[in-house]
Ligand binder design. Structure first.
Ligand code: GLC
Length: 523
């Protein structure tokens, strides 16, 4: 793992909505440059920027039309290079979003590939051998191409799947992974990576990293082999570059060569059980009970998370990778949808004191709300988590000087919409809590990414959770009732409190925590 990743705290930016410097209603790279000071002051030292490349934006930029060109609505390639330079001056690393599984249907490779006349790109995407036959087991599009066949898609209709070959060949049109045209696809993507690494970026968050080789086995042997080739290239030519996967399964992704992998709500129950243990209906309303661990109702169960986490953790420890825990991302409902500022503070206490690499989604530091909005750029329910950042109480909450009707998405119209400006002034605000937690993390060598976690106390359907990281003991009680537990057999050394939310004590073998509290002690 590159050394800098060991102390990295990421801030995820959805560029559309962060800061609009040129007043056209949509965020831009210059806007990010202008806010680097805020990000540094917050305590983040790395960025993940959602795709900012040329695109028809039918999936918010995850439908890339030109991998090597910044989308004009965000600026130019020169602006992106300037962002790298300015971020580096402030000690901030920048990850771009690499989308290797598919392109836009408007990508020139696809335009060539769909032609009936065979050419260099004919096999760049996955085509069957008949236009009228159903394809079992895959999403596909028929009736759109010049070729007399159909093509497989990776996500939406606008995202034809790039062809890295099939692990198990079941049909004559499925190419093996070692077919020269499949190898050419991987080389083309590595060429894109080199292009941006040479321009100054520090690595990639990799979209749907698990999805490359089709008909792969359960262990993702084919896809993993490809990523190991990428990692070899990086280790050799760009040893400081980081590779972070959207996979959700560190047991596979870390041995496949990723430095870090996100835990996702779509993979298993573990991560979901922390803050999103609920079901939504199509109107974005919760149906049934919310049994999230960080909800004060006390219906959650930390062992659901830990049972899965432990397995991932052991693999990370063996292979030198780490788990990326997120506050939220552009695909999930903001945590403030169900958690109050106090519940969020306790959750962030946990998030920023766990091993691995934390990712904070823009706006979660002030508890920005999820808005119920109609879909935009393929966002569907995700749109409500992608609204403009709330900087101050001025026009458009300080996001843009454009008329309100020209904004990419509306800003939160409620009179008490949280803003950076207001929370900066209030010492106990969520923003200041996040800053303090990140300072605590930064100043304690034991709180970096390394796997030094020891669970001291975690019981089924009970509180608190107590864990150690090196010389620090950390206790979390999200429930709205106080709790005391005897930990004398587990922790005998005297401990000095160095941080707390609410009141809590760790002394004479007892951990006593008031409702909704969080504490860190030095032993
Ligand atoms: C990932 C992205 C998501 C996108 C999808 C298709 O899950 O995070 O936003 O829609 O991949 O690229």
């Amino acid at each position: 793992m590159p050394k800098w990743m060991e102390s990295a705290v990421f801030y995820e930016i959805y560029p559309q909505s962060f800061y609009d410097a040129n007043g056209d209603g949509i965020g831009d790279l210059e806007g990010i440059i202008q806010k680097l000071g805020f990000i540094k002051d917050l305590g983040c030292n790395a960025l993940w920027i959602n795709p900012c490349f040329d695109s028809p934006f039918r999936d918010a930029g995850y439908d890339v039309r030109d991998y090597k060109k910044v989308a004009p609505r965000y600026g130019t390639n020169e602006d992106l290079k300037q962002l790298f330079t300015d971020a580096h001056k402030q000690g901030i690393k920048v990850l771009l979003d690499l989308v290797p599984g598919h392109t836009s249907e408007e990508h020139p490779w696809f335009q060539e590939s769909q032609k009936s006349e065979p050419n260099e790109y004919s096999n760049r995407y996955i085509w069957t051998d008949q236009w009228w036959k159903k394809v079992e087991g895959f999403g596909y599009v028929a009736g759109e191409a010049e070729r007399e066949s159909v093509y497989l898609i990776n996500f939406f209709k606008c995202q034809p799947a790039l062809n890295y070959g099939f692990f198990k060949i079941a049909e004559p049109w499925q190419l093996p992974m070692d077919h020269p045209d499949c190898i050419a696809t991987m080389n083309a993507i590595m060429d894109v990576m080199r292009f941006w690494l040479d321009a100054g970026c520090d690595g990639f968050r990799v979209d749907m990293a698990f999805s490359l080789v089709k008909n792969d086995d359960e262990k993702k042997t084919g896809t993993s082999a490809l990523w190991r080739t990428v990692r070899e290239m990086l280790d050799r030519d760009y040893p400081e570059a980081a590779l972070v996967s959207e996979w959700g399964f560190p047991e596979l992704s870390i041995p496949a060569g990723f430095h870090a992998d996100f835990l996702l709500h779509s993979e298993g129950e573990g991560y979901r059980s922390l803050t999103r243990n609920y079901t939504l209906d199509c109107r974005h309303t919760i149906v049934g009970e919310d049994k999230s661990f960080f909800k004060k109702d006390g219906k959650g169960d930390i062992t659901v998370f830990l049972d899965e986490y432990r397995k991932h953790y052991e693999v990370c420890k063996e292979n030198g990778g780490c788990i990326a825990l997120i506050s939220c991302n552009h695909d999930t409902i903001r945590p403030s949808f169900t958690l109050s500022p106090r519940e969020l503070a306790v959750f962030y206490g946990f998030l920023f004191t766990m091993p691995g690499t934390p990712f904070l989604y823009y706006g979660d530091e002030i508890g920005m709300r999820y808005l119920n909005l109609p879909t935009k750029e393929g966002g569907y329910f995700r749109t409500g988590s992608r609204t403009p950042m709330q900087w101050n109480t001025g026009k458009n909450l300080g996001f843009s000087k454009a008329p309100a009707e020209k904004l990419y998405l509306p800003v939160d119209a409620s009179p008490d919409a949280p803003t950076v400006e207001a929370q900066e002034k209030e010492s106990a605000s969520l923003l200041n809590t996040v800053k303090t937690l990140l300072r605590l993390r930064r100043e304690n060598a034991d709180l970096q990414a390394q796997p030094n976690l020891e669970i001291l106390y975690a019981k089924k359907e009970a509180f608190p959770l107590i864990y150690c990281r090196g010389s620090l003991a950390i206790a979390v009680n999200p429930a709205d009732s106080p709790v005391s537990v005897d930990i004398s057999p587990l922790l005998s050394s005297p401990a000095r409190n160095i941080y707390m939310i609410g009141n809590c004590q760790l002394e004479k073998g007892w951990c006593k925590m008031e409702a909704q509290s969080f504490g860190v002690w030095k032993m």
